[in-house]
Design a protein around this ligand. Sequence first.
Ligand code: T4K
Length: 401
Amino acid sequence: MSPLDTPAPVRSAKQVRTAADLAVNGAPAMFSQPLHVGRPNIGNHEAFLARTRGILERQWLSNNGPVAQEFEAAIARYLGVRHCIAMCNGTIALEIATRALDMHGEVIVPSYTFIATAHALQWQEITPIFADIDRDTHNLDPDAVRRMITPRTTGILGVHLWGRPAPVEALQAIAQEHGLSLMFDASHGFGCSHRGVLLGGFGQCEVFSFHATKFFNTFEGGAVVTNDDELAEKMRLMRNFGFVDYDKVIYPGTNGKLTEIAAAMGLTNLEDLDRFVAINRRNYEIYRNGLGGVPGLRLLGYDEAERNNYQYIVVEVGAAFPVSRDRLIQVLHAENVLARRYFWPGCHNMEPYRSFYPHAGLMLPMTNEVATKVVVLPTGSALSADDVGGILELIRAVARG
Ligand code: T4K
């Protein structure tokens, strides 16, 4: 049996009847080890080690090696796109993609995302312009995007937050109308579909992160995927310093290469993808059933008509809940449940953006509201159904006051 099926038991026998049973009030913690939001999903160890042995024997460790090429082909096939350009991480993949699309001046992006989405632009001296999100979906609000367009705007960088698709068609229409480039940060969206089509083929290109904490990981890694042959070729060159041949450079490229060992991890994890989804889905359904009817809590749902990776358990803590979001997190942390406040406080409230645009928040009321409410709960293959049950028991105890 794989370790995936049998996470080591970490839940204690404690039952939470009253507030006095909570660790925050001095009782022992419910879990003996921390439960993380981002514990990696890892596939078959033997398969990975066998691939690793091959890499060592071939003495080919990086730079478009055979395992990386196999990985790219497998990803492109899985997603149904023409090209996958594998990279060393999602941030570099975003930088290369925006540069290959010749984004410059201002690019519209949500503030409610991981900071890397904004930094990838800023790092290239492209100005990220933050547009507000939709209250319910947490994704870009197309009307807000329209409001932020200026003569300096060259593109839109949408994000499929939590793996739930951005408003793809509306953004496409805006981009066409204004002659803007459109790409997506699909870091959360590997294995998720929109209108029955897997994320990866929308906009001019899409970027994935395969960081350790992602549903599907390559230790560190990422990729740009596209159906545009010319763009793909450009990005392949940019990933390797712009070399077209020994001693011949035609672009100001960078080092975005994926190592062979990372690609081996990717191929191995790809073989277990269905199992990762099944576990995440099981956990999500336990959370959904357990949180239903708890006043003041809203679990962000996934569209069952689509394919989802169920990677993020996103809960909004509203005014009807007896304690604040931050107090709930404090209670959970005391129990070794390391819930997170992703993506508090929003990129516009972090440096350098906070100093650059001190009044940006005036245009971002929904971002500000959602960022103060969201708590992301642990899931993934490191959690058993019993662990999720324990977390629910804690939350219900807090809800009882
Ligand atoms: N765009 C979006 C929308 C993104 O969400 C991200 C990354 C990117 C772009 C950029 O992609 P990359 O350049 O990262 O490929 C994490 C990740 O570092 C980041 O990759 C991810 N998004 C973001 C949502 O979360 P942290 O600071 O919360 O991660 P970290 O390292 O503290 O890990 C979280 C928890 O997971 C830890 O407390 C312990 C556990 N963990 C972590 C690692 C690395 C493990 O158990 N094992 C591990 O190996 O940012």
